[in-house]
Write a protein that binds this ligand. Structure first.
Ligand code: NAD
Length: 263
């Protein structure tokens, strides 16, 4: 018996990085998982890989833009049609696009805050409506960040969006408790994923760092555990948040940053 056996889960941003690792860990502990991502081709390929091991009854996928409410509803309906219900919704899809503070544009702000903020809100609302219509206990789990706890230079809109994820987690926990729904989140530090490769390039493009890898080195120099995270460093906690072991928790954000920010 796995830690999440029988739980039907959706993970957004599941085509790569942290979302993919969350999904794989859930499958290994007995869950059914809908891999959801805006990159339809990649998420179809990834989920097809996992179907070879876990079977079509426990792996499905959905192409979804988390800012598109109709697409989010379609993703949830597809998951329920496939697995019979929804138990756990991870709002993990996220984007970043560093800019110097004085250069941040409305377009940059809207792009980041739409996906990381509005996308999280829509995901929470539509999952909650599904739990309420099922009449079952439900769990919503949001991906926050160390940038939810401190403002960092060159990524102000990202930090604002991730502070927003904490606010949504706390507000959602209070609003949805009466419906037997919990809302939690986790806050990674520096995780070696494709996102960081792009951030590294973006920081060079705006002149904030000079060579590949410099930004990650400087950014993570104060990690007490002495190294950046791999996606698999995150998944013990994410499976715990999806499992019955954490059913009494709500409104909390768990830091998983190797001791980078002690808040
Ligand atoms: P990633 O870029 O490797 O993966 C993100 C995935 O989200 C991609 O597959 C992408 O296609 C998908 N996505 C982007 N916009 C989307 C949209 N509108 N709708 C649906 N899917 C969309 O990033 P990652 O490092 O795996 O990050 C995952 C989450 O963790 C994000 O919320 C990120 O902000 C957060 N996070 C990452 C780090 C890190 O160091 N990598 C640290 C803290 C928090």
């Amino acid at each position: 018996m796995g830690r999440v056996t029988g739980r039907s889960c959706i993970v957004t941003g599941a085509a790569q990085g942290i979302g993919r690792a969350i999904s794989e860990a859930l499958l290994a502990e007995g869950a059914s998982v809908c891999f959801a991502d805006i990159n339809g081709e990649k998420v179809a390929d990834i989920s097809a890989e996992y179907r070879k091991t876990f079977g079509a009854n426990v792996v499905t996928h959905s192409q979804v833009d988390v800012t598109d409410r109709a697409a989010v509803c379609a993703m949830i309906n597809h998951t329920v049609a496939t697995f019979g219900k929804l138990d756990v919704k991870f709002n993990n899809a996220g984007v970043n696009k560093p800019m110097n503070f004085l250069d941040v544009t409305e377009e940059n702000w809207r792009f980041i805050n739409d996906v990381n903020g509005l996308g999280c809100l829509i995901g929470m609302q539509e999952a909650a409506k599904q739990f309420i219509s099922q009449g079952t206990f439900g769990k919503i789990i949001n991906t926050a960040s160390i940038a939810s706890r401190q403002g960092f230079d060159n990524v102000a809109p990202y930090c604002a969006s991730k502070f927003g994820v904490v606010a949504l987690t706390q507000s959602g926990a209070r609003d949805l408790a009466k419906h037997n729904i919990t809302v939690t989140g986790f806050a990674p530090g520096v995780v070696d994923t494709e996102m960081w490769e792009q951030v590294d390039q973006d920081l060079m493009d705006i002149g904030a760092s000079k060579r590949p890898g410099q930004a990650m080195e400087e950014f993570s120099s104060e990690i007490l555990r002495g190294r950046v995270a791999k996606p698999q460093d995150i998944t013990g906690t994410t499976t715990f948040l999806a499992a019955a072991e954490s059913d009494y928790m709500t409104g909390q954000i768990v830091m998983i940053d190797g001791g980078m920010t002690l808040v």
